[in-house]
Design a protein around this ligand. Sequence first.
Ligand SMILES: Nc1nc2c(c(=O)[nH]1)N[C@H]1C(S)=C(S)[C@@H](COP(=O)(O)O)O[C@H]1N2
Ligand SMILES: [Mo]
Length: 411
Amino acid sequence: MSTAPGRRGVGERIAAGESRRRALEGALGTRGVVPASRAAFPSRLHDERIAAILGLALGIAFAVCFATGLVSHLAQHPLDLGLLSMPAEPAWLYRVTQGVHVATGTAAVPLLLAKLWTVYPLLFAEPPVRNAAHLVARIALVPLVAGAIFLLGSGLVNITGWYPWSFSFPVAHYFTAWIVMGALLVHVGAIWAPARRGLSRAAARAPEPPGDGLSRRGFLGAVAAAAGAVTLLTAGQTVRPLRGVSLLAPRDPAVGPQGLPVNKTAIGAGVIETARDPGFALVVDGDVARPLRLSLADLEALPQHEAELPIACVEGWSASARWGGVRVRDLLELAGAGEVREVRVSSLQERGSFRASRLNAIHAAHEDTLLALRIGDAPLALDHGFPCRLIAPNRPGVQQTKWVARLEVRA
Ligand SMILES: Nc1nc2c(c(=O)[nH]1)N[C@H]1C(S)=C(S)[C@@H](COP(=O)(O)O)O[C@H]1N2
Ligand SMILES: [Mo]
C-alpha cells in the first residue's frame, strides 16, 4: 500500500494509536468509504476528488436539465395557470430552453458513465451498512442510478425520433425526473462531507495519487473533452453556425422542403387526400357568436400577416422561417368570440399523438400567432401542413399543429 507523500501511512497511524479502520480511511483519504479491497480496484482514479468533481458537474447538468424540462412540461400542458402559463414572448425562449435541455442531457451521458465507473468500488465497501442514514443513502442509489440511466437513455433515443416503447415518453420522462431529483437530494445530503473534502483547496493542491496509467487530471480532461465533444457535435441541430460540425446531430435544421425539417409527413399522418381536397374548410366554432366555415380562398382573402418564428421541436432541433397567413385573433374576432380561455386546435389527421393542441389565452391573443398559409412567398408544402397550420411564438414544435381543420374556442 503506497500513500501520497505528505500523507501518513496506515502503519504510522496505527502506531500513533488510531484504530485500524480510521488508519486505513485516513491513509486512503476516504473516510467512511473504504472499498472492500483496494487490491481488487487498483486504479488510482477511483478517487474522492474525481468523484466530487464529476458529481458537481453532473449535479449542475441535472439541475439545468430538470429546470428546462419543467419549462417544457409547462409548455405542453397549457392549462391557464396564471403566471405559470407559457408567455408568448420572447418568441425564441422555448427554442433556447429546449436546446439547453437536450445539450445538458447529452453532456451528462459521458459524465454519468465516468462517475459510475469512478465510484462503483464503493458498492463493495465494508461494512455494507453503517447506520440508518447510510442505509437510506444506499437505497436511494437505486432510483438515482436507475432513474438517471433511464432519463438519459430514453432522452437519447427520443432525440433520434425513435420511439421503440409503448409507454408515453413525456409522462415517463417527467415522473422519473421528479424521482431522480428527490433521490439526488438524499444523495447530496449523504455525500456532503466527502464531496466537500474532494472539492476543497487542500484536495486540489494534494499531489496526484501515485500509480500507473492516466492521471487524475488526464482522466478529468478526457471526460470533459468527451462531454464537450458530444455536445458540440449535436448542437448544430439548433445552433446554425455549428451545422458544419454537426456529426452526431440527428437533424440538419436546413434540410427539408422549403429549407425546413419535417417531423411528420403528410403520408405518415394519412392526410394526403383530405389536405388536397378542394372542398377543404377551416371551422371556427365553440363559444363563439358566429361559427365560421372558411375555404382556402376565404382564408387567403383575409388580411395577411408575416412573422419570423422558429419551430422548436422537443427533440432539440429548431429552425426559423418567415411565415405568412391569417392571425388567429382576427379569426376569433370574426367569429365573435368574447373572452377566450383556450382554443383547441385540431387537424385533418385522424390518428397519432400530435394531431391536436391547445392555445392558451396569451398565445391566442398574440399578434404573431398565425394560421400560416405560406413559408416565405410560397404556399406551405404538404409536409409542412398545407393548406394551413398553426405557428405561434415561444411554443414547442409538438403544438405547432399542421393541416389544421378546426379552431374550437373555450370561453
Ligand atoms: N397534425 C400534426 N401536426 C404536427 C405534428 C404531427 O405529428 N401532426 N408534429 C408536430 C411536431 S412534433 C413538430 S416538431 C412540428 C414540425 O413541423 P414541420 O414538420 O413543419 O417542421 O410539427 C408539429 N405538428
Ligand atoms: Mo416535435
